[in-house]
Design a protein around this ligand. Structure first.
Ligand code: PMP
Length: 434
């Protein structure tokens, strides 16, 4: 994500510059803004974001508003429930139960329990605690440029944050299956690397607890390795005595096409699944889905209550999101529009040397930007493209260890006309020298 960020943001526009100064004064220095010329967005509708200066931007990046910004069905569900009752899970409540039953009907055995949190970080944190309770271990394996959240426990599993220069002793990293650079060979080696990482943990005295992995390797640069890579990897995880935590915070809720869940496309059976971001279309709601043997081991050690996790307003928002995904047929649409988008980007790849690879699944697309002369990852060029796209009214961002992969991840209501606009804008940007 680094390439699209603008840590020392300045603006030529006095109103924007004043907001940046106030933001820095009030929020401190740890936050980052997107884009060389930061945006002041005041309203969202569908796939469009409207700025304070009256310009509108095509949103090809925000997965949280998965059914579109300010979708009326979700807005009404939130408002209606907030006007009726906003308590918590210490009372009996139909809304949260109906939602949990609905979600659990979409996942394979043995995932029969659902526990609610407010953020993806909390969901991963809780999943870790449960994995530790079940295995008696603490050893974790993650990918080399993973992101799993902000708590103390999961920021330690997020090497993409950069600051965690020395991973904690109980964590090992493995390179993501880079299907572009080393093709199938590297991807097949993924399972072997995971097995070796768990062996190494065990030798160092850390009992294996979990392999935590984002189903589309979002911050590693967007990879979608074939199913056998996943199946071999999960077999290696289980052979090591560890559990598989599928982090679906980005890949879930239909984004990958071919089903609600990224992992399900390969027939995988995770032991734990974490959900978040798009789940409430902007209302904070997240969850863990778990094998009942795991929740049992956890419950024997402790009790669980999360004040806002699973509150009736969150459950109403999340139910409304599922309604829209179903009624607007957004999973099929993600598959069709994402496929068309990748094909059109593939055409650009054949004409522009700086595009090395176009990949992804559904409406989650990565475009690898390379130096035209020597074919090395080109973060500077990627950043120029991202900023030039913003200047022309299309919002996307970047990812990957070299910050050279364009990350395209629009609301699922993105249709083929929006995809066309993105591609023609990118074509115009690429025609300019990098
Ligand atoms: N896991 C993944 C894969 C994520 O992308 C994120 C958020 N970017 C998280 C976990 C953490 O979610 P949250 O920001 O809601 O805590």
């Amino acid at each position: 994500m680094v390439n699209a960020h603008s840590p020392g943001s300045v603006s030529q526009d006095p109103a924007t510059a004043a907001l940046i100064a106030r933001r820095k004064a009030a929020l401190g220095p740890a936050y980052r803004l997107f884009y060389r010329e930061p945006l002041h967005i005041v309203r969202g509708q569908g796939v469009w974001l409207h700025a304070a200066d009256g310009r509108q931007y095509l949103d090809a990046y925000n997965n949280v508003a998965c059914v579109g910004h300010a979708h009326p069905h979700v807005v009404q569900a939130i408002a209606g429930q907030a006007a009726t009752l906003a308590t918590h899970t210490r009372y009996l409540d139909e809304t949260v139960l109906r939602y949990a039953e609905r979600i659990l009907a979409t996942v394979p055995a043995p995932l029969t329990h659902m526990m609610f949190t407010c953020s993806g970080s909390e969901a991963n944190d809780l999943a870790l605690r449960m994995a530790q309770a079940r295995t008696g271990g603490t050893g974790i394996v993650v990918t080399a440029h993973a992101y799993h959240g902000v708590t103390q426990a999961v920021s330690a599993l997020s090497p993409s944050l950069g600051a965690v220069a020395d991973m904690p002793a109980h964590v090992r990293t493995v390179p993501a299956p880079d299907t572009f650079r080393a093709g199938g060979v590297a991807a097949q080696g993924f399972a072997t690397a995971v097995a070796a990482a768990f062996d190494d943990l065990r030798h160092a005295g850390h009992i294996p607890a979990a392999f935590v992995c984002d189903a589309l390797f979002s911050s590693d640069g967007v990879f979608d390795p074939p199913g056998d890579v996943w199946r071999n990897t999960i077999a290696a995880v289980h052979a090591a005595g560890a559990l598989f935590i599928a982090d679906e915070v980005q890949a879930g809720f239909g984004r990958a096409g071919g089903g609600l869940w990224g992992f399900a496309r390969h027939g995988l059976r995770p032991d734990l699944v974490t959900l978040g971001k798009p789940m409430g279309n902007g209302y904070p709601v997240a969850a863990v889905l778990a094998d009942p043997l795991i929740t049992q081991a956890f419950a024997e050690q402790t009790r669980y209550f999360n004040t806002f996790g699973g509150n009736p307003v969150a459950a109403a928002a999340a139910s409304a999101v599922l309604d829209v995904i179903e009624t607007e047929d957004l999973i099929a649409s993600a598959m069709a529009v994402g496929g068309a988008l990748r094909r059109a980007l593939g055409d650009l790849q054949s004409r522009f040397a700086c595009i090395g690879d176009v990949r992804g699944a559904g409406l989650f697309v990565g475009v690898e930007i390379l130096n035209r002369d020597d074919g090395t990852p080109d973060a500077v060029c990627a950043s120029q493209i991202i900023n030039a796209m913003r200047d022309r009214g299309v919002l996307l961002s970047g990812c990957g260890p070299q910050a050279n992969v364009l990350k395209i991840r629009p609301p699922l209501v993105f249709d083929e006309t929006h995809a066309d606009l993105l591609v023609t804008t990118l074509e115009a940007v690429l025609a300019e020298p990098c």
